[in-house]
Design a protein around this ligand. Structure first.
Ligand code: ADP
Ligand code: 5GP
Length: 207
């Protein structure tokens, strides 16, 4: 185990990137090779895709149910992304960060990272950048899960998202996949080894 102390609470690691940059791919490989790191399971109103599992990939809810959760203040952050609502519920964080003392990886969009920052929530943020906009377009088209229109919208959003890069604690360029995974894992290990929990922990929690 790397630098873990019994008295610590888990750290929130936020991985954000423009759609198609590879955050799901990098997150999956990082989670598979980093002990005591769990993926945050978001709520979403987007329809379930083939191969996805309720409660594993997302918690799929109706829009009115999601809106009621917003009303009740149940989300630490939420955002509308490409026409659907996505959010991280407090309940999901409590279990892993406070009870299990594991670290949590939030794979969320750039707006979600900004809203955690605005609320002063303690977290370590990692921006995953594509090597170029041409490569981003290639990956979005190559993934085969989005229509031409949807690729166009995602590329247009990517311009704004790339401009947010400077606000993140770390930037990793996802050119060679295994290098990017090594770099994300190195950030997590280095943060765990901090002498004092300066940027880590969960003291910004207001419930
Ligand atoms: P995101 O979750 O950011 O939308 P994905 O993880 O779905 O992105 O990746 C988008 C596409 O790019 C997928 O087809 C994936 O296999 C591919 N991909 C991810 N990382 C790399 C990489 N380093 N080199 C080449 N292709 C990649
Ligand atoms: P997808 O529908 O492809 O799974 O995800 C679309 C986008 O929503 C991705 O950028 C993903 O990271 C983002 N997303 C997933 N969960 C959350 C969440 O809880 N909050 C926010 N802000 N974005 C999320």
């Amino acid at each position: 185990m790397t630098g873990r102390r019994n008295d610590r609470v888990g750290t929130l690691f936020v991985l954000s990137a423009p759609s198609g940059a590879g955050k799901s791919t990098v997150a999956e490989k990082t989670l598979a090779t980093t002990p005591r790191l769990s993926r945050s399971i978001s709520h979403t109103t987007r329809p379930i895709r083939k191969g996805e599992v309720e409660g594993v990939d997302y918690r799929f809810v109706a829009r009115n149910e999601f809106e009621a959760m917003i009303e009740r203040g149940e989300f630490i952050e939420w955002a509308e992304v490409h026409g659907n609502l996505y959010g991280t519920a407090y309940s999901n964080i409590d279990e892993i960060v406070f009870k299990r003392h594991d670290d949590l990886l939030l794979v969320i969009d750039v707006q979600g990272a900004a809203s955690l920052r605005e609320r002063g929530m303690e977290r370590v943020t990692i921006f995953l950048a594509p090597p170029s906009m041409e490569e981003l377009e290639k990956r979005l088209s190559g993934r085969g899960s989005d229509s031409e229109e949807s690729v166009r919208v995602r590329l247009a959003n990517a311009d704004y998202e790339m401009a947010e890069m400077d606000k993140f604690d770390y930037t990793v360029i996802n050119d060679d996949l295994s290098t990017a995974v090594d770099e994300v894992r190195s950030i997590i290990i280095a943060e765990r080894l901090r002498t004092r929990k300066k940027a880590v922990g969960f003291r910004g929690y207001t419930g």
